[in-house]
Design a protein around this ligand. Structure first.
Ligand SMILES: [Zn+2]
Ligand SMILES: [Zn+2]
Length: 169
């Protein structure tokens, strides 16, 4: 089962790498720790990732927390940390990757991650953020400058005109 998930994640990501292995392992740990059942729907699990690296792709595939549904957000802190929320039972946790020994090659690092218990790889901490709201649907406006349709949370009303963030500069 879990081996299949690894293959699925790798297929989506395009290659196998240590970063993807981190995302794979954090997903497995979240499945257990947050009591996530098999039949998850696309908005049940939300992830606020503190990294934008390869691992995020594994979380999108395995926990079905994708950018497209608003269930995957990046709040970059430069840490290998993932805040994961289970909307079904209200459980949440922040998973932070532990310091790891050095390896000569990426291959060795990946093998180590894959063969080590996820409980040993991460420290589970308390989530400081609130439960994110469900994905919102915004109205949109035509920008008076560029004429492009823009969601209302990205436009400003200036001198009686709607101006998009790109034109506002
Ligand atoms: Zn990668
Ligand atoms: Zn514009």
């Amino acid at each position: 089962m879990s081996c299949q998930l690894w293959e699925k994640a790798a297929e989506f990501h395009g290659h196998k790498c240590p970063g993807l292995a981190i995302g794979y392992k954090v997903s497995l740990l979240a499945l257990k720790h947050l009591d996530i059942k098999d039949n998850i729907d696309d908005e049940d699990i939300v992830c606020i990732a503190e990294t934008d690296a390869c691992g995020v792709d594994a979380v999108q595939v395995i926990l079905k927390a994708t950018v497209g549904t608003g269930a995957m957000r990046i709040l970059y802190t430069g840490k290998q940390a993932f805040n994961i929320f289970n909307r079904k039972n209200g459980k949440k946790a922040r998973f932070v990757l532990n310091d790891m020994q050095n390896f000569d090659t990426k291959e060795e690092r990946m093998k180590y991650i894959l063969s080590t218990d996820e409980e040993k790889l991460f420290t589970i901490k308390e989530v400081k953020m609130d439960f994110p709201e469900k994905a919102k649907i915004f109205n949109s406006y035509i920008c008076a400058e560029c004429g492009e349709k823009t969601a209302e949370n990205a436009v400003s009303f200036i001198n009686g005109k709607y101006i998009c963030n790109s034109c506002k500069g």
